[in-house]
Design a protein around this ligand. Structure first.
Ligand code: DMJ
Length: 476
């Protein structure tokens, strides 16, 4: 059984009794605001079919990992059609092995863990004269290394995380404290002063955990300052826009929404509270979500959606909803709003069923697909898992079966999994994003595995599904 480690030698059994896990989860919901009392029913226990489905998901993870090892070992990611490796930048940062590692631990895949560790410890270095995107490297690599350390206990993971954290810190050196988008790992040179709320506000779980594990508070304070600076620039209505200049603090695009570019900022306001316990984050989350529900929520034909609006006037500007927005039911649920979470998940599932697999974006008012790719994204599945975990309602596992079947039917290749360029004709594209292993298959597995596999009272998933464990505060 995996244990969680930190430098204070706190070793905690990660697996707890179902009852204890359930009680803690209920506790979180109640503290986080107005849970109306979820009760597990007998239907929530794992049936034989669920156990078989969990084993099938695990097999598909093995299949995808084998493809990566065979054709792309050492690269950032697999190109599943051309059967080659692909790097994000000039040199590989081992995105797939780092992102996938804690899923292997959770699934109990020991051979695969050894393979990933060998790749990571043999060749991962951050001492490279190379510019990287702060947000992606933080959620995938820093988050992945920290959870790998917490789940596996190997100190080398933490050493790598600390090394990376140090090299990312220069990104925060702007007049407002909000980070630049790009930073050079060796020189600390920064670029791209026009940033967005997601890339500014989705750093505190990882930087805060790094601080707590190392005792160096600089990481937490940099990410916290950035988050507060962003929040302070919300409009009088309580909304944020899509693009902001981190040097002047001036908004460059006033369109507000819950999709890509803003999404995980909202998620981290709540999760920062859940992981670090500071009620200030909960207040920030509540105020933000109140505005989001007031100005962005929309009901069409009996279905709940969230569209786009001007951050200053609240006026609706467009009516798009998509795969990225589908994270929101999970967050609403964690924040205690079960009924909105359930209603929105119903819409997300309807969107998935339009063509048998989820499109990137639809116009929920006009009813058409506006962006037809399926990028192997996890958000709809992630929300189904949160709803399942909290309510025990069978409908969420049934949704999961549909998700799993369609991904397997349409995206599987002989060498792994491929995204779809068009969900209408199911044409495959030559990429398997690391989040497919980090998130999509992890949440699918959690949906069918025994429900006490993760102690949700002690663990908060980062936006890349890396389970970060609460660490007792040292100096903050
Ligand atoms: C992931 O990298 C993260 O979930 C992020 O928050 C949004 N995009 C992808 C998955 O779709």
């Amino acid at each position: 059984m995996p244990t969680i480690m930190n430098r204070e030698n706190v070793s905690t059994n990660f697996f707890t009794s179902r009852l204890f896990a359930g009680m803690i989860f209920m506790g979180i919901l109640i503290v986080a605001g107005g849970c109306r009392g979820h009760r597990r029913t007998p239907s929530s226990s794992a049936s034989d079919t669920d156990t078989v489905t969990a084993a099938m998901v695990k097999n598909e993870f093995r299949h995808a990992w084998r493809g990566y090892m065979r054709y792309a070992a050492g690269y950032d990611a697999l190109r599943p059609l051309s059967k080659k490796g692909k790097n994000w930048y000039r040199r590989s940062l081992l995105m797939t092995p780092v992102d996938a590692f804690d899923t292997m631990v959770l699934m109990g895949l020991e051979k695969e863990q050894k393979e990933a560790k060998k790749l990571i410890f043999d060749s991962l270095t951050f001492d490279v004269d190379m510019e990287v995107q702060l947000f992606e490297v933080t959620i995938r690599l820093l988050g992945g290394l920290l959870s790998a350390y917490q789940w596996d206990g190997d100190e080398r993971f933490l050493a790598l995380a600390e090394e990376l954290g140090k090299r990312l810190l220069p990104a925060f050196r702007s007049p407002t404290g909000m980070p630049y988008r790009m930073v050079n790992l060796r020189t600390g040179a920064v670029r791209d002063k026009v940033n967005n709320p997601a890339e500014i506000g989705t750093l505190i779980l990882e930087f805060g955990t790094l601080s707590r594990l190392t005792g160096d508070t600089a990481y937490y304070h940099a990410a916290r300052r950035a988050l507060l600076a962003l929040y302070d620039r919300r409009s009088p209505l309580g909304l944020v826009g899509s693009a902001i200049d981190v040097e002047t603090g001036e908004w460059k695009n006033p369109t507000s929404h819950i999709g890509g570019g803003i999404d995980s900022y909202l998620e981290y306001l709540l999760k920062a509270y859940l992981l670090f316990g500071d009620p200030q984050y909960l207040r920030m989350y509540r105020e933000s979500v109140r505005a989001v529900n007031r100005y962005l929520a929309d009901t069409v034909g009996g279905y709940l959606w969230y569209g786009q609006a001007d951050m200053y006037t609240g006026e609706r500007t467009s009516t798009y909803y998509g795969a990225l927005e589908a994270f929101f039911p999970g967050v609403l649920l964690l924040g205690g709003d079960t009924s909105r979470a359930a209603a929105l998940q119903r819409s997300g599932f309807k969107m998935w069923q339009m063509t048998g697999i989820e499109p990137e974006k639809i116009d929920y008012r006009k009813g058409g697909i506006t962006s037809p790719a399926y990028l192997l994204r996890p958000e709809n599945i992630e929300s189904a898992w949160y709803l399942w975990h909290a309510t025990g309602e069978r409908q969420y596992r049934l949704m999961g079966e549909t998700f799993f079947r369609s991904i397997r039917d349409y995206c599987r290749t002989g060498s792994g999994y491929a995204y779809l360029t068009d969900v209408r004709n199911k044409t495959k594209g030559d990429d398997m994003e690391s989040f497919f292993l980090a998130e999509t298959l992890k949440y699918l597995y959690l949906l069918f595995a025994p429900d006490d596999l993760v102690d949700t009272g002690q663990v908060v998933f980062n936006t890349e599904a890396h389970p970060l464990r609460k660490v007792s505060p040292r100096s903050f």
